[in-house]
Design a protein around this ligand. Structure first.
Ligand code: SF4
Length: 309
């Protein structure tokens, strides 16, 4: 028995935030030329980063690596206000490629701290988005949780206001459990009506759940740092389907498909389509009679504004 079908997730690949961030770098390259400095990987995808590096984009973490009187682009994941302040102090021209849906979370964080709300941020410690969002919260009011156990360990002053925010790219199911536990422990906790999980994360997770119902193995294209890609793999794995994540086609391992018939293939919100196409082409070579199933995405026409370059 060998693979007979590949079904592509109907919603996958670039979201509007990633699309905008990438367009911003292209426009800035056209206007300012190379070298062009970007603080942090513009989006978490190895192929995108490599392509930009070949065009003269320099990815840095520390602003001290940016020469004076130059332009710096801030990545889609959002940047803490202290980094904006440092860049302003240096006189650097900032082009901010933060996704507007992340900016919305920053605004909520800021409002909470202005009101003295103890703010629980549900997310992954060390992830760039969380670092940026945390920067908008008074450190004395900031509590980061990654698991239900972390929620159980929280020590808060119940006489004072309590609120929560979430990273935009989390697992919907994991977040739901943590929020439910938060509400149990702190019935007055304030939060967004739903988690701050963005439309792209929601749609891609819904889509992989559909795939996992009809496939006996799943492959997700996505880079190791990509939160939403990792959550896609976990979502399918939690449904009992063997699931693998690959950064590029070279990481494909045919032993995963032994005894399998229906492969589901998807990609995270920062993955260019050519990465998925390369996987499909490779599988077609290996399994010449394989049938490819793909539906059109319902996610069309979503565009975010581009800032002045
Ligand atoms: S995954 Fe969501 S929050 Fe992140 S860039 Fe895309 S739309 Fe914005």
């Amino acid at each position: 028995m060998s693979l007979q079908t590949i079904t592509l997730a109907h919603t996958q690949g670039f979201c509007a935030g990633v699309d905008s961030a990438i367009e911003i770098v292209h426009l800035a390259l056209a206007k300012y030329g190379a070298p062009l400095y970007v603080r942090h990987e513009i989006v978490h995808n190895t192929s995108v980063i490599r392509d930009f590096e070949l065009q003269g984009v320099v990815f840095i973490e520390d602003l001290s690596d940016v020469p004076d009187n130059t332009t710096v682009i801030f990545s889609a994941h959002g940047t803490a206000p202290e980094v904006h302040a440092q860049a302003n102090l240096r006189g650097l021209k900032i082009i901010d490629a933060t996704c507007p849906l992340v900016t919305k979370v920053h605004r909520q964080a800021l409002k909470f701290s202005e009101r003295g709300v103890q703010t629980i941020v549900i997310g992954h410690r060390g992830h760039q988005e969380l670092l940026g969002t945390s920067g908008y919260i008074d450190p004395a009011l900031l509590f980061i949780v990654e698991t239900v156990q972390d929620v159980d360990s929280l020590v808060l002053d119940v006489q004072k206001p309590i609120g929560y925010l979430t990273q935009t790219t989390l697992s919907i199911d994991d977040t739901r459990h943590m929020i439910a536990r938060l509400k149990e422990r702190f019935p007055t906790v304030e939060g967004p009506t739903k988690a701050n999980i963005c439309y792209a994360t929601q749609n891609r997770q819904d889509s992989i759940k559909e795939l996992a119902e009809i496939c006996d193995v799943v492959v997700v294209c996505g880079s190791p740092k990509s939160s939403n890609s990792n959550r896609l793999r976990e979502t399918a794995a939690n449904m009992g389907v063997p699931s693998y994540i690959i950064d590029t086609v070279e990481e494909l391992d045919f032993s995963w498909f032994e005894g399998k018939v229906h492969l589901g293939l998807t990609s995270g919100a920062s993955v260019p389509r050519y990465v998925v196409d390369a996987v499909v082409a490779c599988l077609k070579t290996r399994y010449p009679t394989i049938q490819i199933n793909e539906e059109t995405t319902p996610e069309v026409g979503i565009r975010f504004p581009i800032p002045a370059i």
